[in-house]
Ligand binder design. Structure first.
Ligand SMILES: CC(C)=CCC/C(C)=C/CC/C(C)=C/CC/C(C)=C/COP(=O)(O)OP(=O)(O)O
Ligand SMILES: O=P(O)(O)OC[C@@H](O)CO
Ligand SMILES: [Mg+2]
Length: 240
């Protein structure tokens, strides 16, 4: 079964999915073995690898190393075309539908095709919605787009629905890496209510309470990154 089909099957079984985001620019390769050991003992279900800016082939190098130490599916969460590597299992083919920068709506996608043709990667069309998380984020800077305001919930909902009607297979609600305010329960509930596709929520989740509230509100998958960069011991509270 492919990665996407597995996600759908897990959701049907009522499972909450947890992705740990590893940033190739920040990860220390020599520490990966110990980190992955803890990951394997935790409730983590997916590994995301990506960053808003990553140098050269750092993603390829990191994925090769991560693979040595886990059987969890490895999914590329790319900020740019150079992060595509055949070493992973799947690629989130993100389109930044909260913004109006054509490069991040379709441009990078066209540019990636010659590389994608040479890979076996499972490509998963994903709507990517950046909402205001209380501070300017790397994605906002890199893409030169504005996040949607959390005070205009209807616009966020309509954006998600438009993405689904365009045929996107996953929706990713992003408050931004290291956000001060993670996505609120209200906004998660409102979006979930409109969508038939799985909902991924990430950005600024630092406590078990935030994570479990996100699931209760309708998130199918929660993504955490910064909290583990700051304190690896948080993984202990995610023990199986
Ligand atoms: C389709 C392909 C191959 C590429 C384009 C993909 C698109 C449209 C990306 C959307 C915009 C973008 C730059 C997303 C980056 C996603 C990501 C990995 C965010 C994590 O950001 P961090 O790198 O953790 O940010 P910090 O450096 O601030 O921690
Ligand atoms: O780094 P954090 O804030 O956990 O966010 C995870 C992910 O949604 C960032 O793109
Ligand atoms: Mg980050």
């Amino acid at each position: 079964m492919g990665v996407y089909q597995n996600i759908l099957t897990s959701i049907l079984k009522g499972e909450n999915l947890l992705a740990v985001l590893i940033d190739p620019d920040k990860a220390m390769l020599k520490n990966i073995a110990g980190f992955m050991l803890k990951i394997n003992q935790s409730k983590t279900t997916h590994i995301f690898v990506g960053g808003s800016t990553v140098n050269g082939n750092a993603t390829d190098v990191l994925v090769k190393e991560v693979k040595k130490h886990t059987n969890l599916p490895i999914i590329i969460f790319p900020g740019d075309v150079n992060q595509i590597t055949d070493e992973a299992d799947a690629l989130l083919f993100l389109s930044l539908i909260s913004g109006r920068n054509p490069e991040y709506l379709i441009g990078k996608h066209v540019d990636s095709i010659s590389k994608l043709r040479e890979t076996q990667l499972e490509v998963i069309s994903t709507g990517y919605i950046l909402i205001n998380g209380g501070k300017q984020t790397a994605v906002e800077r890199e893409t030169n787009t504005k996040p949607l305001s959390v005070n205009h919930i209807q616009e966020v909902i309509d954006t998600a629905k438009a993405g689904e009607l365009l045929g996107m297979k996953l929706m990713y609600l992003e408050a931004g890496s290291g956000a001060v305010n993670s996505a609120s329960n209200n906004i998660i509930k409102a979006i979930k209510n409109e969508l038939n596709i799985p909902l991924i929520v990430g950005g600024g989740m630092r406590t078990m309470e935030q994570i479990s509230n996100a699931y209760k509100s309708g998130a199918n998958m929660v993504v955490i990154g910064t909290v583990l960069e700051e304190d690896e011991a948080f993984l202990d509270s995610l023990h199986k």
